[in-house]
Design a protein around this ligand. Structure first.
Ligand code: ZN
Length: 143
């Protein structure tokens, strides 16, 4: 029996106390209605439960698909990282690039990955001969 029915009963009971005895019959009729409604409600709840189970199954399937998609993306990401590593680029190298620049300015030159020509070279990104700005600096051997 739901809370609604209980409240209704209590409400009707208190009504009954102030009303004549003739009202008692109405109270029981009302109670019967309430019980009948509760039964219907229970049936509705059962079908709702079935729907919920179906929905949960659907959601579980969708989650499984989503999980597979994530795994695929992760695998692709790993492939990408491996590919970048093959070309001498790693997340660490990219992050350290700015720091390396400062170190080079202070001391001797180190071979580094140039972002412009994608080669391991001694020049800075900005000094790369590949840049149009450095066109005039290009040596004869540069192609
Ligand atoms: Zn370069």
């Amino acid at each position: 029996m739901g809370y609604g029915t209980l409240n209704k009963m209590q409400e009707q009971k208190s009504n009954e106390m102030v009303n004549d005895d003739g009202e008692l019959k109405e109270f029981f009729e009302g109670l019967e209605d309430a019980v009948r409604m509760d039964k219907e409600h229970m049936l509705q709840m059962t079908s709702t439960n079935e729907t919920m189970v179906k929905l949960t199954q659907q959601l579980t399937q969708q989650l499984a698909v989503a999980h597979k998609t994530i795994e695929t993306v992760l695998a692709q990401n790993q492939e990408l990282v491996a590919l970048l590593a093959k070309h001498g680029i790693s997340a660490g190298t990219a992050a350290a690039a700015t720091g390396t620049k400062k170190e080079e300015a202070k001391g001797g030159r180190k071979k580094r990955m140039c972002a412009n020509c994608n080669k391991m070279a001694f020049h800075e990104d900005a000094d790369c001969f590949k840049l149009e700005a450095n066109k005039d600096k290009r040596p004869a051997w540069w192609k």
